[in-house]
Design a protein around this ligand. Sequence first.
Ligand code: HEC
Ligand code: HEC
Length: 333
Amino acid sequence: MFRSALAVFTVIFFIACEKESAGPQYNFEVPAYFPARHYNVAFDAKKFELGRKLFYDPILSVDNTISCGSCHQQFAGFAHLDHKLSHGVNNKLGTRNSPALFNLAWMPAFMWDGGINHIETMPSAPITNPVEMDLPLATAIAKLNQSAQYKALFKDAFGVNQITDYHLFKAFAMFMANIVSGNSRYDQYMQGKTTALSADEIEGKNLFMDKCASCHKPPLFTDFSYRNNGLDSVFTDDTGRNHITQLQEDIGKFKVPTLRNVALSYPYMHNGRTETLENVLDHYSSGIKQSPTLDPALQNGIALSPSEKANILAFLNALTDDDFVNNPAYAEP
Ligand code: HEC
Ligand code: HEC
């Protein structure tokens, strides 16, 4: 009697443990000083896992060769390492650099020009773009409905027998909104671990707060505004924010990118023209080009001595979040 009760207990205990260790670890904490999310939906593990699978599945491209993960690589902060311009189906080149992807739930608008204003409609742009995945949305949905595996997964996540674009977008949004990064050494320092930053990095942080933070505003390291940071004097290839608003005053303005994990996501700027962070600092100190929409804060450039540059660079490197780029919950399933 006692022995069999113990055996039952042991079995239950074993199953419970196995379940614990087999399940993915969802560590999506962000520091308390992060602002409120722009997009706030309760976490759902099934939708998240479905979104993750879709993110890495080339089924959503015309020739089954390119997935979101082809251009957004976890080890590069979900940017495309060493690719100036995005590289889609049939080796077609886009016109812009793949941005890093994280903390998207805080982002009011997407793309370098802010052309997409909701996280749930975001995936339709890369899926249908002829130089990215080149698949009409209706074909994408039909392909998913032809897959027994996806039919089962969508049924499990949404309780439906027929997959629609609504479900596709909801699953993607659940994954993307939960890609968070908030545990760099800077964050550890901000949470009281005074040894997390070296003296040079703290000096770099102070310089950064003085010279860069008006646009790259902590804790997200962007204020989500559109600015012309002096890369060109004329903007004929890509007019930036003006492409969306048609306003003269928006010519040459691009969304201020986050600088979290920036050491991992080279090359830089909307067209990937700048190879290294050293080159970025040289740009701000001596490469600013004048144009009618140049940001007032950059009219005279940002004076930086060699040692100031070295310290800012050290600080930018302290914005790398190793837990985030190694988080198995974001890896290809
Ligand atoms: C061929 C490369 C490529 C593929 C494939 C691709 N992207 Fe992108 N992604 C880009 C580029 C380039 C941009 C910037 C485009 C722009 O600003 O016009 C971008 C922008 C984004 C953004 C906006 C980020 C921001 O900071 O504004 C999100 C979110 C995103 N992609 C998610 C996805 C998802 C989800 C998929 C798969 C459905 C995907 N991408 C597939 C290259 C790619
Ligand atoms: C007036 C606003 C403004 C100020 C001040 C500013 N930046 Fe920027 N920064 C931008 C904008 C806008 C971009 C994107 C420009 C583009 O791609 O066309 C950018 C891009 C960058 C990038 C490239 C990131 C990427 O992922 O491509 C880095 C790195 C950077 N800035 C660092 C700095 C540093 C360091 C300072 C201070 C020395 C600074 N910025 C000051 C607006 C600003």
